[in-house]
Every structure is written in C-alpha cells, then in structure tokens.
Design a protein around this ligand. Structure first.
Ligand SMILES: *[C@@H]1O[C@H](CO)[C@@H](O)[C@H](O)[C@H]1NC(C)=O
Ligand SMILES: *[C@@H]1O[C@H](CO)[C@@H](O)[C@H](O)[C@H]1NC(C)=O
Ligand SMILES: *[C@@H]1O[C@H](CO)[C@@H](O)[C@H](O)[C@H]1NC(C)=O
Ligand SMILES: *[C@@H]1O[C@H](CO)[C@@H](O)[C@H](O)[C@H]1NC(C)=O
Length: 583
C-alpha cells in the first residue's frame, strides 16, 4: 500500500506514526479533542464499567487491557503531550483555538472475542491488527480483532495529536485512514538487571516505552554472575546474599507488579534465569553448587566476565536446588507469560575440569550431561505449560536435542538464524553487531600497565556504537530462504548493563530501540521490497523521540533542531526516491 499524502511537499507536519503503519492516508483538516468526548466501547465480556482498576494479582482480561489503554491515551494526549515547534519551520503558526472544531465521538469495536491467552499469548495467538478512521466531521472509529489490537490502535491515535501552547490538544491531519498489522509476532527488548541495579520504577518506565513502540515482549535477564536480585522465598539466602546489597532485590510483590505492568499493556514479560553459566552469584548462598568460582588471576580462562563460576553439571544438589527454584518461581510467572527462558549462553567448558562431579572439559563427556541438564529443566518448565526459550549455543554449539516447542534466541550472526530455522526450530534474532545497545562505550575492564598498550584505545568487543541507522538497517530475514521465514518469530534488542544504570538507561535504550521496533513491526523492507529509507524514518523518529520525552523517557535527540525544523536540509545524496522515501 502507498503512503497517500494530500499535502504539499514542504508542509510543516510530518505524518509521523512510529512504527510506520501498513496503510496511512491523512489530510490537513484541524480537529481538536476534549477530555469529555463520548467514547463508545463495546467490550467483549461482562465488563463492569464502574470498575475501580484491576487487582494486580491475576492475569489481566482483554477488557482490563483496553480500559488501561484508554486511561493511558487520555494521559498521553492531555498530560504528556508537547508543542511541536521543533518539528516546524520558524515561520510556523499554531492553529487558531478560536476556530476549534471538536471530535464528537470515539467508537472502539472489538470484532472478535479475545482468545483465552490474550494477555500472555504464544507467538501468533493474538491478532494485533487494527483499523483507525477519523472523519473530518469528527468521528473516530478503531476496530480490531483483539483487545491488544485496540490498544495498538489507541497508541497510534495518540500520535495524531499535539499540544497547543494556549492549552488543548489538536490533530492537523484529518481525515485519517489507517490499517496496520505487525510483520513479526515477537518484538522485544531484553534488559539485564543483574550487572547493575534497576528499581521497579525504572523497569516499569522502560516497559511503558516498550509498549508505546508497539513492542509486545519484555525480556528480563534477571540474574547473572554479578548479582542475584530476584527473591525466591523458598531459597531466601539466594537474594539475601546474592544481591549487591540487602534491599536491592525484587520481592514477589515487586516481581508481580512488574509482570502485571507489562501484561496490562499487551507486553508479555519473559523471565530468564540464565544457566548453567552466568550463575556465580549463587555461590554467595550455595557455594557447593558452583565450580571455578572467582578464579584469580586469569578468571578469563573460566568465564567471559568476572567472577568466573558455573553451576556444576552432574550434581544432585544442583538438580534439587533447581527443582526448588522452578517450583517457587514458575507458578509466579504463569499468570503473565507462556514462556520461560533458561539461558544457556557462553558456557565455559574448562570450568568443568574443577567440577568434582565431572572433572573434564571434554565435549564428549560434557555434552550428554548438558543434554540431561536441559531435559530436566525443560521438563519442569513444560510441566507448568510454559514454553522454553534458550540461547543459540544450546542448539548450535552443544548440538542438543531440544523439543520442537523450544524457541532459540540467536545473537551471534545472521547465519546462526539461518542454521536454527534450517533445523526446523523457531528463532529470535538480535545479531550483536546490530542490536546490542551496550556496544561502543569502550571497555569496562581495567588493564594492568603490563598489557594496557595491547588494548589501547580500549574499544569493547562489539564496538563501534550501534547508531539508530545501523540498527534500522538490520533485516531479520536477511538470507533466510522463503520456506523458512515463518520460523523467524521476530527478535529483541539487548540492553546488557555493565555500563548502564538508571542514570543513563533511557538514553542508552531510546530512541535506538525504536529503530528495532519499527523493523519488527513494519518489516525491514517497504511495500516495494526496498530497504526502508532513513530519509523517511528520520523526521518520524525525531517526532517520536519528542513523544517519548513528553512521556518522561529521557530519549536522546537524533538530530539538532535545525534538521528537525526543516525535514529536508540534513540530507546527503539524492535519488529518485520521494521525500517520504517512496517513488
Ligand atoms: C526548508 O528549507 C528550504 C531551503 O532553505 C526552504 O525552501 C523550505 O521552505 C524549508 N521548508 C520548511 C518546511 O521550512
Ligand atoms: C481481522 O480479521 C479479518 C479476518 O478474519 C481480517 O480480514 C482483518 O484484516 C483483521 N483486522 C482488522 C482490523 O479488521
Ligand atoms: C555423574 O555422576 C554420577 C553419579 O555420581 C557418576 O556415576 C557419573 O560417573 C558422573 N558422570 C561423569 C561423566 O562424571
Ligand atoms: C539493503 O540492506 C541490506 C542489509 O540488510 C544490504 O545488504 C543491502 O545492500 C541494502 N540494499 C540496498 C539497495 O541498499
């Protein structure tokens, strides 16, 4: 479908929906909206309209999700909006409020009953498409096949509005017709909350931004070698001793609150307990379960990061510990997710030489033990009706026999994605050369003078910094044969947090992750099969960044005002493509 602008080329407002809808027509009539506009919503079930807000103990219903989205819509339009001077030339004049014509009614139509798992679907179980129309005489209709589709439509609706400096919200874009639907079923951000500490509020704020980007997965890499902040009540010492500091932990109530905050916005939280590697923090409470703990010097022979250490691989004590952990945690995941991530990346074979239950680094010895380890863990996961996710190494390096249900999260290369799907497995993408947000900051290790010159100028392993254009150029389907493309469920951008904490997390994540969000929602190619154009994306991303900032997300600017005030001046090179990226 084509973009159909009915406005002159140098018009002042960019029709800036992010991520880009499949079909979008708009005009240039100004309509205002007031808080008391009539909203007609045909809800799916026996929804209590006097409902005082959901309880955070249970899986949210479709109706609760839409109710939350409506509140959020009003909050964004009337309290978290902005005057768009940065997106207009100096000569720009705001609309005259004395001539305001108002939107009269908003109709939300759920076209089908929600599937049972609407708040915690497996990939593909929920149709997120929506249709939005706004007529010049002020009628808005949003229809969708699921409550999640309605929330995606409402989220787009907020992006039609600007704040007026004299008060009030208006759209200059009526009439509007949008049909929209995501390209990929799994669109996520992975946040590592083990390397540095992040509060519940930091995580919730990030989930709000994830939802506003129409992403539908939030992967919480919640434990690692450096800290174990997740409280497991049946193993109380785990977080008491494993966290950086008493109190820097996620209690069961905190964990529930975070999961619920995601689910109510159509974002499924995926919890990862990475194992058997990346587990040294367990040593602080259960030293007998960990081998090769904190080897010094030369920890790097035994692990990718200090402190070294890994769960023993052939130990009944480890098995019992994990059984207790799963029995405690999985029932608390179940109301909010259909997935559980058991990690499996960067397992160091050498560490098992010091493991008295194995005493070998021979792959032939370790591989069958790893198979048993995974089989046992996934049996627990499946016994709660959860679908396991693992990192690619379990399949591609360890050559394990994983069930067809298991989703493989790739990170090393495009060819890893191709290999995973050629084996018939479902894959998530997130090539570290494109979608790792931690790259390009330089090393966090300190180098002894004896070796420091070897590492000069201290670049990190995945430098340079992956700017939004690079992230935007990543195609999840690159080199995947057509017959296997359906197995690429989508992907995630990754915020590994060695050098990121609440002070810089917003800038590190946003708006770069929005580039990944658009690739995952709209696809890496446009409707003509061409790579998406930066010329088209850049002004929209600048506007979306303003929306994130207005929401309280400290997203970085991608250009100076000079560029955003005139969408054509900061371009280098010209082709036959139009200003909106199309012919
Ligand atoms: C952008 O700059 C060009 C050249 O200076 C000018 O002709 C055009 O009117 C400007 N457009 C806007 C929207 O300011
Ligand atoms: C809803 O489902 C129907 C098919 O059942 C499809 O044609 C339509 O595009 C979907 N989305 C919307 C918003 O109607
Ligand atoms: C694993 O442990 C069992 C029971 O302790 C032992 O019999 C077996 O030899 C061990 N396997 C390896 C490869 O060390
Ligand atoms: C499109 O993007 C891919 C990367 O996904 C790149 O390899 C290719 O050269 C690009 N094609 C064009 C015409 O720029």
């Amino acid at each position: 479908m084509r973009f159909l602008p009915i406005i002159p080329l140098f018009a002042s407002v960019v029709p800036a929906i992010w991520p880009k809808p499949i079909h979008y027509e708009y005009g240039q009539t100004i309509l205002w909206v007031s808080k008391d506009v009539s909203v007609f919503w045909t809800s799916a079930g026996d929804y209590d309209r006097n409902f005082q807000g959901p309880t955070i103990s249970s899986t949210p219903s479709g109706d609760e999700i839409v109710d939350f989205a409506l509140q959020k819509t009003w909050e964004i339009i009337f309290e978290k909006s902005f005057v768009p001077w940065k997106l207009n030339p100096k000569s720009w004049q705001e609309p005259d409020p004395s001539e305001a014509v108002y939107i009269t009614d908003i109709h939300l139509k759920l076209l089908k009953n929600d599937p049972e798992n609407v708040a915690k679907p497996l990939a593909g179980e929920v149709d997120e498409s929506y249709r939005l129309s706004l007529t010049t005489d002020g009628t808005v209709s949003i229809s969708a096949n699921s409550s999640i589709g309605l929330t995606r439509g409402l989220s787009t609706f907020t992006q039609l509005f600007y704040w007026h400096s004299q008060g009030g919200a208006y759209t200059p874009l009526a009439p509007v017709e949008i049909f929209d639907s995501p390209k990929f079923q799994h669109r996520g951000l992975n946040l590592d909350v083990s390397r540095n500490w992040f509060s519940v509020e930091d995580i919730k704020r990030t989930i709000d931004a994830v939802a506003y980007n129409k992403m539908n997965r939030f992967h919480l890499h919640i434990t690692d070698s450096q800290s174990f902040p997740l409280e497991i009540p049946s193993l109380p010492e785990l977080a008491e001793k494993g966290a950086y500091r008493p109190g820097l932990t996620y209690s069961p109530d905190n964990f529930k609150e975070i999961q619920y905050h995601a689910a109510i916005q159509g974002v499924e939280l995926i919890t990862e307990i990475d194992m058997p590697g990346h587990t040294s923090s367990i040593w602080f409470s259960y030293p007998e379960l960990i081998t090769a703990f904190n080897v010094q010097p030369n920890w790097n022979t035994y692990a990718a990061e200090p402190p070294s250490g890994t769960l023993k691989l052939n130990s009944t004590a480890v098995n019992n510990f994990l059984e207790t952990l799963f029995k405690d945690l999985l029932p608390r995941v179940l109301p909010y997710s259909s997935y559980f991530h058991t990690g499996g990346d960067e397992v160091n074979k050498k560490a098992y030489e010091t493991d008295e239950t194995v005493q070998s680094s021979d792959f032939a010895v370790l591989q069958p033990l790893m198979q048993k380890f995974i089989d046992r863990n996934h049996k627990h996961v499946r016994s709660y009706n959860l679908t396991p996710i693992v990192w690619e190494e379990m399949l591609l390096d360890w050559d394990l026999d994983l069930g067809p249900d298991v989703i493989i999260q790739t990170w090393k290369s495009d060819s890893a994605v191709a290999k995973v799907v050629s084996k018939g497995h479902k894959a998530l993408v997130g090539n570290y050369k494109y979608w790792y947000l931690d790259c390009g900051k330089g090393q966090w290790l300190d180098f002894d003078p004896s070796i420091s010159s070897t590492f000069y100028p201290y670049n990190d392993y995945c430098a340079p910094f992956h700017n939004w254009r690079l992230m935007y150029s990543y195609d999840p389907l690159a080199n995947i044969p057509p017959e296997h493309q359906h197995l690429v469920l989508g992907g995630e951008a990754h915020m590994w947090a060695e050098q990121t904490d609440p002070v810089n997390m917003d800038q590190a994540i946003w708006p770069r992750t929005s580039a990944a969000a658009e690739v995952l929602w709209s696809g890496a190619k446009d409707e003509y099969g061409r790579n998406r154009s930066q010329i088209d994306a850049s002004p929209r991303l600048s506007e979306f960044r303003e929306r994130l900032v207005a929401m309280g997300i400290a997203a970085e600017p991608i250009q100076m005002h000079y560029c955003t005030m005139n969408g054509t001046q900061c371009q280098l090179g010209y082709s036959m493509q139009g200003l909106d990226g199309n012919l």
